[in-house]
Design a protein around this ligand. Structure first.
Ligand SMILES: C[S@@+](CC[C@H](N)C(=O)[O-])C[C@H]1O[C@@H](n2cnc3c(N)ncnc32)[C@H](O)[C@@H]1O
Length: 275
């Protein structure tokens, strides 16, 4: 099934204006497939009628559902593995420098269904358990998409989701399994605070953070949007903090105010000292 080009262009323009996410005509079939469940759920006569209703702007929840459906939420536990090994080393260094204040804040800035922040929480529990017990340690996890955040808050995963990246040892330790569904344990869940946030909108009040995972989201934004975003991230990241991007993302051509730090085959970025 296809929609008329002007209607599809309207949706792409709306998505871009509201969230910064850019998609083009090549994604038309994918988008249509993702929008059809909304048509059925809401008993709307056709896809064209759905788009007309979004255009009328009378139902903000419909617009949000449509925008969420147009985005990619692909994720997995310990995605690409190496950033999480590197994170362990970065935290070990930060622990030395934060000994007086005894607090650490980590931010998973486009957390999708929760695998990324829960992987961070597992790194903390596996390697810094004493710290978790005695310091104020928080993992803030944000995403634009409310239905996706709802799933993240539940912390319940299928075999398929678990088999993408989670070792049997960590499964046993940090999940309770019932009828083929795997529920994250409370000690891990308690470390993570999920919040709704549009990276390209008005931000809720953010604390200063020590580590940011901004992974596999900037690649959907155009260059000016990426530049503006990393500028805003810099303002909430502590000067000696670490910013992780996705494997296909780079700071080259985006913002030269960052040093690339390489840790065992994986790089992250640290703000260059201001002169
Ligand atoms: C491909 S997933 C990446 C998830 C995770 N960071 C990872 O690397 O596995 C991209 C996520 O970015 C979110 N997203 C896209 N645009 C956003 C925006 N403007 N503000 C906040 N989240 C956004 C989507 O909802 C989606 O869950």
């Amino acid at each position: 099934m296809k929609v008329a080009d002007p209607q599809f262009d309207y949706l792409c323009g709306l998505l871009r204006r509201r969230t910064g996410v850019c998609i083009d005509q090549t994604k038309q079939y994918l988008v249509v497939a993702r929008l059809m469940p909304i048509v059925r759920q809401r008993k709307i006569p056709s896809l064209e009628t759905l788009i007309d209703r979004v255009r009328q702007g009378l139902d903000p929840s419909l617009e949000k559902d449509v925008l969420c459906a147009m985005m990619t939420h692909e994720t997995s536990f310990f995605r690409d593995r190496k950033p999480f090994d590197s994170l362990r080393e970065v935290i070990a260094e930060l622990v030395q420098r934060r000994a007086a204040e005894r607090q650490l804040t980590l931010w998973s800035a486009a957390c999708s269904t929760g695998q990324e922040p829960f992987s961070i929480a597992m790194v903390l529990l596996e390697h810094f358990r004493d710290l978790v017990a005695t310091w104020r340690i928080r993992v803030i996890a944000t995403d634009f998409s409310e239905p996706i955040l709802e799933k993240a808050r539940e912390g319940v995963y299928s075999d398929l989701e678990i088999n993408r990246g989670l070792s049997p040892a960590l499964l046993k330790k940090y999940f309770r399994t019932l009828q083929g569904r795997h529920s994250i344990v409370q000690e891990c869940r308690h470390l993570v605070e999920f919040r709704s946030m549009n990276l390209n909108g008005t931000w809720p009040l953010m604390p200063m953070v020590d580590v940011v995972f901004l992974r596999n989201v900037m690649l959907y934004f155009d260059v000016p949007t990426r530049s503006a975003l990393v500028g805003r991230v810099r303002r909430v990241l502590r000067p000696d903090g670490a910013l992780y991007l996705g494997g296909a993302e780079t700071m080259i051509g985006i913002d030269d105010g960052w040093d690339r730090v390489v840790h065992g085959g994986c790089s992250h970025y640290r703000p260059k000292p201001r002169r």
